[in-house]
Design a protein around this ligand. Structure first.
Ligand code: SF4
Length: 65
């Protein structure tokens, strides 16, 4: 099972992850990102993009495990 986590304390609300991958991430209401979808088939389908977004996150707030 692949697990994705956003550290809400590190996130700077840059909007990148939920702009690129609204299937996986969303804005919790104040710009800070949350993971909204843990369905494994959706994560598997988007894994390459998720890895790219995690690398590009300016706050290094996204963890994939
Ligand atoms: S890419 Fe990183 S800093 Fe930007 S909204 Fe997502 S988790 Fe936050």
């Amino acid at each position: 099972m692949i697990y994705i986590k956003v550290d809400e304390d590190l996130c700077t609300a840059c909007e990148l992850c939920y702009d690129v991958l609204p299937e996986i991430f969303s804005d919790r209401g104040d710009g800070i990102a949350i993971v909204k979808n843990y369905r494994q088939e959706i994560i598997q389908e988007n894994l390459d993009k998720i890895e790219e977004v995690a690398e590009e996150c300016p706050a290094d707030a996204i963890t994939i495990g």
